[in-house]
Design a binder for this molecule. Structure first.
Ligand code: DGL
Length: 279
C-alpha cells in the first residue's frame, strides 16, 4: 500500500501533489492555485521520461506508481494526476493501492457532447490516452448513445513543442492550424484538448479560429478537475485553514537549463523552487 508520510497525517496544511510527465500539468495547477489559495503544492515532473504519450500502458503504470509513491513520501494529502496519459493507464491501480485520495483526468468528451451542434467532435490527445479505457468508456457510454461522432487524433510533436516553450515560428504551429482547419471543414465544432500540455496553446489556436471565423470551440478539463479537488478537500475535511505562503516546489527527475524558465513562463509564477528529485 502507498501511504502518506506519517509525519503529515491529519495535518490540513500538508501539500497537495500534482503529477505530470513534464510541464503540461502546470495548466491544471493554474486552476488549482486560483481556486485554493490556502493550499501548498508540490509538483512532480518526470522530465527524465517525458513524453509518456507514445509509451506502453505498462511502462506508464510503473512510472506513475513511482511518482505517486514519491509524492506520498513528501507528505501529500491528495494527489492530482494532471496527465491524461497516466490517468488512462494507472488510475484504477492507484485507487486500489494508494490510501490518499487520487484525482485523475479524462478528456472533456462529456461536456463536448453537450456543446456540439453538428454532432461531430475531435479529441486531440496522446496515443496512450486515445487507446486507454477511460476515454473509450466515455465515448461508448456518452458520445455513442447521443449519436456524436468522435474524431481521435495524436500528433507526437505537440508535447515536445510545449516542453520547449512553444516557439511560434515552428512547423508544429502550422500543423496545428492545418488540422484545426481540416476539422472545421469536416463539420467538427468542438475540439477537446485531451492532454494537459495543450491548454498552453489554446490562446494561439483561438486567435486563428477567430481570424478565420471558424465555428469551433476549444475545451479542456482543467477547471472541472480543480473543482473536484476542492470538493474532495471539503468532503475529507482536509482543506488548509490558513493562506499558503510557501512557493510551489517543482521536483523534476531531470533538470535542464530551460526548465525553470519554461515552468515560470507557463505558470506565471516567479518564485518556483526547482529541485532535482533524489531519493
Ligand atoms: N500531459 C500529459 C497528458 O495529459 C502527458 C503528455 C506526454 O508526456 O506525452 O497526457
Amino acid at each position: 500500500m502507498i501511504n502518506q508520510h506519517p509525519d503529515f497525517k491529519d495535518d490540513p496544511t500538508a501539500p497537495i501533489g500534482v503529477f505530470d510527465s513534464g510541464v503540461g500539468g502546470l495548466s491544471v495547477y493554474l486552476h488549482l492555485k486560483t481556486l485554493m489559495p490556502n493550499e501548498r503544492f508540490i509538483y512532480y515532473a518526470d522530465t527524465a521520461n517525458v513524453p509518456y504519450g507514445g509509451k506502453s500502458g505498462d511502462e506508464i503504470l510503473l512510472l506513475t506508481l513511482q511518482a505517486v509513491a514519491r509524492l506520498c513520501k513528501r507528505g501529500c494529502k491528495l494527489i492530482v494526476i494532471a496527465c491524461n496519459s497516466a490517468s488512462a493507464h494507472a488510475l484504477k491501480a492507484l485507487r486500489e493501492r494508494c490510501s490518499v485520495p487520487i484525482v485523475g483526468l479524462v478528456p472533456a468528451v462529456k461536456p463536448a457532447c453537450s456543446l456540439t451542434k453538428t454532432r461531430q467532435i475531435a479529441v486531440l490527445a496522446t496515443r496512450a490516452t486515445l487507446n486507454g479505457y477511460l476515454l473509450n468508456d466515455v465515448i461508448t457510454d456518452v458520445a455513442m448513445p447521443q449519436g456524436v461522432m468522435v474524431h481521435k487524433h495524436f500528433e507526437p510533436t505537440l508535447v515536445p513543442w510545449v516542453e520547449s516553450g512553444m516557439p511560434i515560428d515552428s512547423q508544429v504551429a502550422n500543423l496545428l492550424i492545418r488540422q484545426t482547419k481540416q476539422w472545421a471543414d469536416m463539420g467538427v465544432d468542438v475540439i477537446v484538448l485531451g492532454c494537459t500540455h495543450y491548454p498552453f496553446f489554446k490562446g494561439f489556436l483561438q486567435t486563428f479560429i477567430q481570424k478565420e471565423n471558424l465555428d469551433v470551440q476549444l475545451i479542456d478539463s482543467g477547471l472541472a478537475i480543480a473543482q473536484r479537488v476542492k470538493s474532495l478537500l471539503d468532503f475529507f475535511n482536509i482543506a488548509s485553514p490558513t493562506p499558503n505562503t510557501t512557493p510551489m516546489q517543482l521536483y523534476a527527475t531531470r533538470l535542464d537549463d530551460d526548465l525553470l524558465a519554461t515552468a515560470e513562463k507557463l505558470s506565471g509564477e516567479p518564485f518556483i523552487e526547482l529541485i532535482e528529485y533524489q531519493e
